[in-house]
Ligand binder design. Structure first.
Ligand SMILES: Cc1cc2nc3c(=O)[nH]c(=O)nc-3n(C[C@H](O)[C@H](O)[C@H](O)COP(=O)(O)OP(=O)(O)OC[C@H]3O[C@@H](n4cnc5c(N)ncnc54)[C@H](O)[C@@H]3O)c2cc1C
Length: 461
């Protein structure tokens, strides 16, 4: 067997794995990266990028229809073939060859195949055994979780991979799960003509965010996109029939679709990576618990970053954690301070939901003396030109004791870019009296910040 020694082995070439490999290579380390599918990971080909490519056309169409003088009628519809072709371009037709020069330039050796531990610091891939003299970083990501629903394994289902790469628009679809993935993909396919039924057991969509955010998204999905959103609805069982699949609901009734998209959570890729060979056991959900330096079980040479550690399942978190690991390995000690529930999170529906830090409920749970400061998202002069009349609410959660922001939630047309200012204010713990001096350019929608700060300054209602 072919054995090669590296300073570090990275298992998985998604965004987290690529970033840590690149940073270590830039620091002079000899690095091997192991990938069983496509370099770029789930994000580039099967999740973030294709889903955003599918969602964006409806945003643009909606905006064009709101602006007098743009020759787009109320009955204009998207061209599904063109949208899918553009999506294919965005994901480079599931071809990762464009990523390879970057690895080569960094002197990173790519091993294609499924890697698994065969001992401490030893990873087997194909007929090669890779030996890490300093560190192994597990960045194997996650796949769609399948819930234990009666009959689910007897019908054809879609996961995020199917739903982001499908070549034709289904006539109808049932979506299980109203989190960010279920909500986004429901909207994307409905905008292309699919008749969607979205089923969620919770009282609101986007259960982790402020309840008003889920309510606004549900109203838009029902209204503009014609989606049948069924909340507080649990699935009894699933069977083949009708247009393809019939979902029987608890308490009676059924939903039917040509396709059934299951979007009820994620399952980390920890099952087949040989963890038993290094004496590591994942938690009950299969995730690898890490400390604030991303070390597994406090071991100095073993790290887990990205979705696989379950801290916050976003690409930006994986990249942040990759930076933390590389900094530590390169001798510049740094620990995560901006992680977990409070991480920035955006649901790219129309309206978008952009949030960071604590919701009101989480702030109160944490014993914070919380004040809510709220303004309409479309109330600034800039919103006369962009997102006119689209409503939405911008909310800051302020700690009354310190007069700093501990949470922010923006709903409305394209609010994602409002978020970074809130993230900076939270991470830097900027007092609002100081933030009041951050001038927002006129007439931009960033003046939502001016409106929020004026509201805060005016005192409690
Ligand atoms: C529909 C959808 C939309 C999303 N949109 C967004 C978004 O807009 N913004 C955002 O921040 N996040 C989004 N996410 C989440 C995002 O996709 C993940 O957080 C991100 O991909 C995690 O990166 P990662 O590097 O940890 O893992 P992954 O991207 O999953 O990459 C892990 C890689 O490891 C490889 N691998 C696994 N096991 C092995 C093995 N044994 N040997 C070798 N290789 C292996 C896999 O093939 C994969 O390429 C979305 C998720 C979904 C499902």
């Amino acid at each position: 067997m072919n054995s090669r020694t590296y300073d570090a082995i990275v298992l998985g070439a998604g965004p987290a794995g690529e970033v840590v490999a690149g940073r270590l290579a830039e620091g002079g380390w000899k690095v091997a990266i192991v990938e069983k599918d496509l370099v770029g990971g789930e994000c580039s080909y099967y999740s973030c990028m294709p889903s955003k490519a599918l969602l964006r056309p409806a945003d643009v169409l909606g905006e064009a229809q709101r602006i007098p003088g743009v020759p787009v009628g109320d009955d204009a519809a998207l061209d599904p073939a063109a949208v899918l072709a553009r999506r294919d371009q965005v994901i480079h037709h599931a071809d990762d060859s464009g990523q390879l020069p970057w690895l080569e330039e960094h002197g990173i050796d790519l091993y294609r195949g499924a890697g698994r531990f065969v001992g401490e610091g030893r990873v087997e891939v194909g007929d090669a055994t890779l030996v890490a003299s300093r560190a192994v970083i597990i960045a194997t990501g996650s796949g769609a979780a399948m819930p234990p629903i009666d009959g689910l394994d007897s019908v054809r289902t879609w996961n995020n991979r199917d739903a982001t790469t499908a070549k034709k628009v289904p006539a109808s679809m049932v979506v299980l799960g109203g989190g960010p993935v279920g909500s986004e993909l429901s909207q994307a396919w409905a905008s292309l003509g699919t008749k969607v039924t979205l089923v969620d057991a919770g009282e609101h969509l986007l259960g982790r965010d402020e309840p008003y955010a889920g309510e606004e998204v549900a109203a838009a999905l029902r209204g503009r996109f014609g989606i049948d959103v069924r909340l507080g609805t649990e699935v009894e069982s699933v069977r083949a029939g009708g247009a393809g699949v019939i979902v029987d609901l608890k308490g009676g009734g059924a939903a039917e679709g040509e396709e059934l998209l299951v979007a009820v959570g994620r399952k980390p890729h920890t099952e087949d990576i040989g963890l038993e060979a290094i004496g590591v056991e994942p938690d009950d959900g299969g995730f690898l618990e890490v400390d604030d330096r991303m070390r597994v079980g406090g071991r100095d040479g073993l790290f887990a970053i990205g979705d696989v550690n379950g801290r916050a399942l976003f690409t930006h978190n994986g990249k942040y954690q990759a930076w933390i690991v590389a900094e530590n390995l390169l001798g510049r000690g740094v620990s995560a301070i901006a992680e977990g529930f409070g991480s920035p999170r955006v649901t790219f529906t129309d309206p978008q939901v952009a949030a960071v830090g604590k919701t009101l409920a989480k702030a109160e749970e944490a014993g914070i003396d919380a004040r809510v400061v709220e303004v309409p998202t479309d109330g600034s002069p800039g919103a006369s030109f962009q997102g006119k009349g689209t409503g939405g609410k911008s909310r800051l959660i302020v700690d009354r004791q310190t007069d700093t922001i501990v949470g922010a939630n923006f709903t409305g047309f394209e609010t994602a870019d409002f978020l970074q200012a809130a993230t900076l204010a939270i991470v830097a713990e900027v007092p609002l009296a100081r933030l009041r001096h951050a001038i927002a350019p006129y007439p931009t929608r960033s003046e939502v910040w001016l409106k929020l700060l004026e509201k805060w300054e005016a005192g409690e209602d």
